[in-house]
Design a protein around this ligand. Structure first.
Ligand code: AMP
Length: 459
């Protein structure tokens, strides 16, 4: 249901340029953001790189620039040099219909002098990182008194990187009469603070929620509290997924679910906030290696986990709010792949399901857990085991060395070897379970890169 850019109030030359760039339809964030931003509203938008967000703020910003005035009229603050360059390139492409419009990048990590020189030539738009922008402001190279549009790109990342003070100081120097477009993937309290302090009635936009929902098959099962654990086992036995995440609202439940599943022969490992960093990391590596069938986690523990798209996510309980629900199920059905999100809920939680339906814009249908047939109980075990080697990057161990040692001396066919991760002081690799013992004993006897290392199983 994507719309073309022609519906927007843009000059013909701008529309022609978009066609030349091959931008036929608006992306979802553009569809939502452009009409509002072109109308002059402040925005607080949730969007990730790859969503088309640069054009979502770039088109309205460029639309306001008066090229005849040699003043900096637009400022984009980004967390990194790479993102600054990427944003500047996209802005230059979008501005091809505005001859002589100048975009200057002021990011850290490179020499100041050429940046000063390009500012002296004059610029209409500046893209940069907070520290370096602050530097130029302090030294008097940067006149920001004509800014009409401010963009904060990946604002949450800038805060994470410790740029809060610099951001506040830079924004404090800008004219009050301006449009402020804030883009962020998450909305921690600090972002809300920045928004409250520096934006005027911002319109909120979130595309992620609607976006990923389309490719996710959401199933809901009503279930008595006492039937939940057996219900979960039935679902896992019935759906032939070997890999997935199960979310619980509390740490105590994580333990209960893990114990019950293991008792029933279903491989599951828990992840919660009280674990030590090292333990968490090892569990995650094992999960990524497919050496753990099901990861049972609390939301806190799962925050920020970098895990490839999963075929299935189960909500053992409905989460406390809708954002969390969207976040959880967004781990499946990514990048156009299909995914299944199964949610168990009790009679008491029925109102929460209704709220979730309102949020998604249509009622959500559900079934009784009783309709799921009791499949024959089966063991569910991971295909791989993760082994470690006591040497990593610092010991000059490379992926190829490990693969070579396994297929050479240890005599294991490459098809039985899974992912290999070389980290600083150790290496982790996945190997099909029947070959693990052979790999451990042979590698312990032999050498890698002429050195002896300890090899063992990651528990
Ligand atoms: P971004 O999320 O801004 O980094 O953009 C991701 C990529 O999508 C960039 O390479 C853009 O050039 C491209 N892009 C942005 N908007 C559109 C569109 N409406 N149609 C096609 N490609 C687009």
């Amino acid at each position: 249901m994507s719309r073309t850019f022609e519906h927007l109030d843009l000059p013909l030359s701008a529309l022609e340029n978009l066609t030349q760039l091959g931008y036929e339809f608006m992306t979802q964030i553009q569809e939502e953001a452009l009409p509002l931003a072109l109308g002059g509203h402040d925005l607080i938008a949730q969007a990730k790189t790859g969503s088309g967000k640069t054009a979502a703020f770039g088109i309205p910003m460029l639309n306001k620039v008066d090229v005849k005035r040699m003043d900096i009229q637009g400022l984009v603050i980004c967390p990194t040099r790479e993102l600054s360059n990427q944003v500047a390139e996209e802005l230059r492409r979008l501005a091809r219909f505005q001859p002589n419009l100048k975009v200057v990048v002021l990011s850290g990590g490179i020499a100041l002098r050429p940046q000063i020189a390009s500012l002296e030539y004059g610029a209409h738009i500046v893209v940069g990182t907070p520290g370096r922008l602050q530097d130029h402001i302090d030294k008097g190279h940067l006149n920001l008194s004509h800014i009409t549009t401010l963009v904060l790109d990946e604002a949450d990342r800038m805060l994470e990187m410790g740029f809060k003070e610099a951001m506040i100081s830079i924004i404090g120097d800008l004219p009050k009469e301006r449009q402020t477009l804030l883009f962020s993937a998450t909305f921690p309290a600090d972002i809300e603070y920045i928004s409250r302090r520096f934006q005027k009635n911002p319109m909120q936009i979130s595309v992620e929620s609607h976006h990923s929902m389309d490719t996710i098959d959401q199933q809901f099962y009503i279930c008595h509290h006492k039937d939940k654990l057996p219900g979960l086992v039935k679902l896992l036995n019935h759906n032939a997924f070997e890999h997935g995440m199960i979310f619980c609202n509390t740490k105590a439940l994580v333990t209960e679910v893990v114990d019950f599943l293991n008792e029933k022969g279903i491989h599951a490992v828990g992840l919660h906030g009280d674990m030590e960093q090292r333990e968490r990391e090892q569990i995650l590596i094992r999960f990524k290696h497919h050496s753990v069938s099901y990861l049972v986690a609390t939301d806190v523990a799962a925050r920020g986990l970098d895990i490839e798209a999963l075929p299935m996510v189960i909500n053992y309980e409905l989460p406390r709010n809708q954002d969390t629900y969207v976040h959880r199920i967004g781990r499946t059905g990514r990048a156009g792949l299909d995914g299944v999100a199964i949610t168990l809920f009790t009679e008491k939680e029925r109102y929460k399901l209704a709220q979730l339906g309102e949020f998604q814009g249509h009622p959500l249908s559900y079934e009784s857990i009783d309709i799921v047939p009791s499949a024959r109980a089966q063991r569910i075990e991971p295909k791989y085991i993760t082994l470690y080697i006591s040497g990593g990057r610092k010991d000059k161990v490379r992926r190829g060395d490990v693969l070579g040692a396994l297929t050479g001396e240890a005599g294991i066919d490459a098809q039985h070897i899974g992912k290999i991760d070389v980290v600083e002081h150790s290496t982790y690799f996945a190997i099909e379970t029947p070959f693990a013992a052979q790999a451990v004993s042979r590698l312990n006897q032999g050498k890698i890169k002429g050195k002896k290392f300890k090899v063992g199983r990651v528990e």
